[in-house]
Design a binder for this molecule. Structure first.
Ligand code: SF4
Length: 453
């Protein structure tokens, strides 16, 4: 796929704060003013497969660009106490699930899941397998940090069935690495890839970030050449969003050394051309995958989904999140755990599930969620199909939104026909801007999101 080259004026026009739509309504709509028991009880009505998420918040040091919920510590004993609480959380939650439901997906995120020592990973595996059973084709994946990785960590995850891994490289340039407080020699990346291949992992994803201090088109091109050589199945290439008001650690990153928008655009154009020339398909929203990858196939077959972990091929699963800050999702509600250790620990000490806030979707929310997720994942919206699924007259009900997309059509970012809206290849860069036309809650929240391009 060859992508059209965007010009700076277009980027400037559409580069505005906007949601990433890992949920709709977004987490900014979640509230503590909601009946927590009602949020939990909703799981009893669900019958579909489960998507399990375990958040391991610990990291030994903080990367200065990071916006995740982390606990920075070198005290590994803390992780043992944490697993005790996670086990308790699983046991408190199980009565809300109908018997016999199987998991289709399991993901470990963080933080750094391999902060856990291999024996603790094995214990976590036992907690999971003692309490949940899995469908035969389920997807089990983990985020790893090559700087803290041993072969035994990988084996311990593999023993519980994990065979997909994702790890951050961000940039291989030593000057950039020093500036972001994440020094990760190349040998650690190649060692991680070698171990993962030898342990039979069937998919590897690499995360990169552009827009970091001291990056140039040339330096990032070298990073790409290096990581393409690793031959991963997927890339997630994120645009660095400098929002120190929301992510305080970013204050350390000197604004002066950040590349200007012109350079970021050149990097974006270069990386898109380079990855697509090397056989990766641009899925949208920073994600690239090989032609034969399940993500690419799912997009083609219109079965791709979007959730808190990004893109997913498992449709209609109930997300059950465990641990600090994790988000859970049924078809009707979202709920999120406490983000700080103190509150999470306190709730668990009282034997109460650590739900801090959540959201109950209205009928209108569910309609808009379906529309937004179809656009984000399928890059096209057939009016007849969506009308039938939602039992609405889509062109009539959303006539105002369709009309408001005409300006994007003039810029060749979308194509609107009497039957459908389709996002063009160039428009994939602006996919969040398209979805924002169908978001009923943007007003007043705009500046709390990262920029869209
Ligand atoms: S290792 Fe990952 S989660 Fe931990 S601080 Fe760095 S970027 Fe954040």
């Amino acid at each position: 796929m060859k992508m059209l080259k965007p010009d700076l004026a277009l980027i400037r026009k559409y580069d505005q704060p906007g949601p990433r739509y890992t949920s709709y309504p977004t987490a900014l709509c979640f509230t503590e003013d909601v009946d927590k028991e009602e949020l939990l009880e909703d799981s009893k009505r669900e019958t579909g497969p489960l998507s399990l998420y375990f958040h391991i918040p610990f990291c030994e040091s903080l990367c200065w660009f990071c916006g995740c919920t982390t606990v920075i510590t070198t005290d590994h004993d803390r992780s043992k106490a944490y697993l005790d609480l996670v086990e308790k959380e699983v046991n408190l939650f199980l009565p809300y699930l109908q018997p016999g439901r199987k998991a289709a997906q399991l993901h470990f995120g963080g933080g750094t899941p391999n902060f856990l020592e291999p024996d603790l990973i094995r214990r976590l595996g036992s907690i999971i397998h003692d309490n949940f059973s899995f469908q035969p084709d389920s997807e089990l994946s983990v985020e790893l940090d090559p700087r803290r990785l041993t072969r035994d960590h990988i084996r311990a995850f593999a023993e519980m069935g994990v065979n997909r891994a994702s790890f951050g490289v961000q940039d291989i340039n030593p000057v950039v690495q020093k500036a972001i407080h994440r020094v990760q020699p190349t040998e650690l990346n190649t060692q991680a890839i070698e171990w993962l291949n030898e342990e039979g992992f069937k998919s590897v994803n690499i995360d990169l970030i552009y827009g970091l201090p001291h990056q140039s088109v040339e330096s990032f091109s070298e990073t790409l050449d290096e990581v393409i050589d690793y031959d991963p199945d997927r890339f997630a290439v994120f645009s660095y969003a400098h929002v120190p008001s929301i992510k305080p650690a970013q204050k350390i990153l000197a604004r002066a050394s950040l590349p200007p928008p012109e350079t970021k655009l050149e990097i974006l154009t270069m990386l898109t051309e380079k990855l697509t020339a090397n056989g990766y398909v641009y899925i949208g929203m920073d994600h690239f995958a090989k032609e034969d990858d399940e993500l690419t196939q799912a997009q083609r077959n219109k079965t791709l989904q979007r959730n808190f972990q990004g893109y997913s091929t498992k449709a209609d699963s109930e997300i059950c999140g465990f641990g600090l800050s994790s988000v859970s999702q049924t078809s009707r509600v979202y709920r999120q755990n406490y983000k700080t250790s103190d509150l999470y620990n306190q709730s668990m000490a009282n034997g109460i599930l650590p739900v801090q806030r959540g959201y109950i979707l209205s009928h209108e929310d569910r309609i808009r969620r379906e529309v937004i997720m179809r656009l984000m994942c399928h890059l096209t919206l057939n009016f007849e199909e969506v009308s039938q699924k939602l039992n609405i007259d889509f062109p009539h009900r959303f006539s105002r939104e369709i009309a408001s997309l005409r300006k994007m059509e003039e810029d060749e970012l979308v194509v609107i026909t009497p039957e459908s809206i389709s996002i063009t290849e160039l428009g994939r860069l602006f996919i969040r801007n398209v979805a924002m036309h169908f978001d009923a809650y943007l007003q007043g929240k705009e500046n709390r999101y990262s920029r869209t391009v």
